[in-house]
Design a binder for this molecule. Sequence first.
Ligand code: NAG
Ligand code: NAG
Ligand code: NAG
Ligand code: NAG
Length: 385
Amino acid sequence: MEFLSTAKLPFSFLLLCIATSSLNQVFAAEVCKFPAIFNFGASSSDTGNFDASLFEIKSPYGETYFHRPAGRGSDGRLVIDFLAQSLGLPYLSAYLNSLEANFTHGANFAEAAATILPPPTVLPVHVGGFSPFYLDIQTSHFQRFIPRTQFIRQQGGVFASLMPKNEYFGKALYTFDIGQNDISVGVTANQTVEQINASIPNIIKGLSKNIKNIYNLGGRSFWIHNTGPYGCLPRTLTDFPSIEKDAWGCAKSYNELSQNFNHKLKEAIVQLRKELPLAAITYVDVYSVKYSLISDAKKYRFEKPLVACCGYGGDYNFGSVPCGGTVTENGTDIFVGSCEKPSTRVNWDGIHYTEAANKVIFDQISSGAFSDPPFPLNNACLRND
Ligand SMILES: *[C@@H]1O[C@H](CO)[C@@H](O)[C@H](O)[C@H]1NC(C)=O
Ligand SMILES: *[C@@H]1O[C@H](CO)[C@@H](O)[C@H](O)[C@H]1NC(C)=O
Ligand SMILES: *[C@@H]1O[C@H](CO)[C@@H](O)[C@H](O)[C@H]1NC(C)=O
Ligand SMILES: *[C@@H]1O[C@H](CO)[C@@H](O)[C@H](O)[C@H]1NC(C)=O
């Protein structure tokens, strides 16, 4: 684990930290020692909930790092895995994975196909359904998690050592990456971009409500990802083949939708900072980093950034049979497997990013260069006022 030395910090930063230390926050030199992470979201940060509770995530998912399917929607690690690792914490156990969970340093409530608002239809995903574990349910799981884990700790026995300490809830980092599936709800219902756009304020309200609920349960440090460029997903580009494209080949109107979502999210966070006086809330512009993987693909040594690595058919290697499935062509069964070198690719399966892309995303966002306030990850417990 790396610590910033006081000598390297700019003066204005030190002044800020002296000011915030009076707000009962840690002093700058100690930075923030997060003893746990509690994560909420969808497939971009699900480390096993969907796989344990709904449908198996099959090979070749997980092949790059875990060398087996590991409950993640990628060939390897997710941004949340790199985040945990960089804080010196173990990978987060999925809350719904009753068979191999260890919650000493946090828990993951994120579920693939989850929305912020209650979904209009639940599962199966391949016919346009969403997860029943939308954000309100994830928050209520967390609400129950606190007293239940503390009861188990007090009882002793084999499970006691797998539970977090009570003091961790106030010191933990609360991470969020959710909202893209709320846009998909509109797309699945054949809504126009304008109709989906009009639903965004309500979606953001749902997210704000849940952040307030977690604050009221004791959460103080929040790290909130905005949504990625919807118009650059191979799935979107396959669904709307004749849509207007930007210079890099992404669907313009769908990216505008994501940008409007992010604009509204940023406004909502400004409001939340006023309402939640003890909260340090970091807005993280993941959109810009994900977009740069496409616009600056060469710089990162990525190729074919709009083409899925694992898929089958069409211009974007994305068709009706998903990654890990079997397609029958000319009477022959063909396994829908991965591309030759996933490490050179941005998109894994038409919707999710590769481990290589996730690593770049984490490295970029952890520096603070894409954050508001612009603090690195290990200062995310500090308020900017
Ligand atoms: C649970 O995780 C903690 C922290 O990584 C570790 O020290 C402990 O040994 C783990 N418990 C079990 C039973 O694996
Ligand atoms: C959306 O349009 C497609 C293609 O026209 C159609 O198959 C599908 O049933 C429509 N979905 C809804 C929810 O109306
Ligand atoms: C979306 O709505 C916002 C207002 O909330 C408006 O400024 C923007 O132009 C709209 N974008 C699209 C693509 O309709
Ligand atoms: C299936 O047959 C078509 C027409 O002969 C051919 O173009 C295509 O490449 C074949 N597909 C495979 C996977 O062999």
